[in-house]
Design a protein around this ligand. Structure first.
Ligand code: WQD
Length: 338
């Protein structure tokens, strides 16, 4: 069975391609390589022994999207990762984000709506909750006004899919709200490849550990948490990838009561910034250079998932600990920079 993975050369996309191939799916990747390298294909092949089909297509070109679906009319499911995802950049360039994250989604959904039956998995984010009122966060927690155009594109994306599914019974969709993905494949053949200065905590930590960065700036230790630093739910990227396979199987089987569902994907455990630093120091055996600086605007205090729904309905639960995920991130960093 052929599955299209858009953004399949990216961090979560490439790890999901590996898990799909492990489950016997045939994968075709579309990626425009604006934020990924075609070398990732070699990494995937090195892990599974199967080179996925790949086409470099700009999904903003609706003719090209339409042409792709005509040529690959045997695609039975789509996992849609392709999107711009830098929160700060989205504030500076909102129209780039609305075009790249929304127009492309509409073009794909239009193609899927033409098919007798189709399955769609959408890469969403816990960012839709903003600062949730209660922890852990369930899927029923209210979606709050987005703090950035990036977050807004995730909220709008979910609404577009929901509205489309309402009038397209042959379309079965699931939105997956990721908490904080981290780590790399245990083979160290694929992993996170941030371009430029990493925005996210874990790659900044490992780049500091390897000596690429002088020190980590901890954005505030005056939050109302136990150690004063923000709390997040750091989920191992391989756990996250496996959840996509479970979600895809659910929509392919079509036994979901409604044809649009949402799931939180996290470990269910919150970790503070200082606890993540301590995890790095445990697994690397090295002290990390860091300093406490002012808060980063837009940061929320705490976010960690209630994973009951994914556990019970998808039959999925995160298996790896923060230290195991951190070890994989550190091994990857040493491999690509060592
Ligand atoms: C985590 C914590 C920072 C860097 C973002 C996106 C979200 C999702 C995941 C795509 C925060 C602190 C960070 C640093 C620090 N992306 N930090 N120093 O902001 O929770 O979520 O990535 O879907 O949409 O918003 O992740 O890794 O940037 O920050 O102290 O150099 O680490 O303040 O508390 P975040 P993050």
């Amino acid at each position: 069975m052929k599955i299209l993975v858009t953004g399949g050369l990216g961090f979560i996309g490439s790890h999901t391609v590996v898990e799909l191939q492990n489950e016997g799916f045939e994968v075709v990747i579309i990626d425009d390589c604006s934020n990924a390298s075609e070398k990732v294909l070699e990494g995937i092949n090195a892990i599974t022994g199967k080179m996925p089909l790949y086409e470099k297509i700009d999904l903003k070109d609706k003719e090209k999207v339409s042409n792709f679906f005509r040529r690959h009319n045997d695609v039975e499911g789509v996992i849609h990762f392709a999107a711009s995802k830098a929160v700060g950049e989205s504030v500076e360039k909102p129209l780039l984000y609305y075009e790249n994250n929304i127009a492309t989604l509409v073009y794909i959904l239009k193609e899927l709506s033409k098919k007798k039956k189709s399955s769609f998995i959408f890469s969403s984010s816990c960012t839709v909750y903003g600062q949730a009122d209660e922890m852990p966060i369930t899927e029923d927690a209210p979606v709050k006004p987005a703090e950035s155009p990036y977050g807004n594109t995730k909220q709008m994306g979910e609404e577009i899919i929901r509205d489309t599914c309402l009038v397209t019974p042959n379309l079965n969709a699931i939105a997956l709200r990721y908490f904080n993905p981290m780590g790399a494949h245990p083979s160290a053949e694929i992993g996170e490849l941030p371009i430029g200065v990493p925005q996210n905590l874990v790659p900044f930590i490992t780049q500091t550990g390897i000596g690429m960065r002088k020190e980590l700036s901890v954005f505030g230790d005056d939050y109302p948490t136990e150690d004063g630093t923000c709390i997040r739910d750091y989920i191992y990227v391989v756990d996250l990838a496996k959840a996509h396979v479970q979600a895809l199987k659910r929509v392919l089987e079509g036994n979901n009561p409604k044809n649009y569902e949402v799931f939180n994907l996290g470990t269910g455990k919150g970790s503070s910034v200082l606890e993540v630093i301590q995890s790095f120091e445990r697994v690397s055996g090295e002290k990390l250079n860091y300093k406490i600086v002012n808060r980063r605007s837009g940061d929320i205090v705490s976010a960690y998932a209630d994973t009951t729904k994914a556990n019970e309905v998808l039959g999925w639960k995160a298996q790896f600990t923060l230290d195991e995920a951190m070890k994989s991130a550190w091994d990857w960093e040493r491999k690509i920079r060592g």
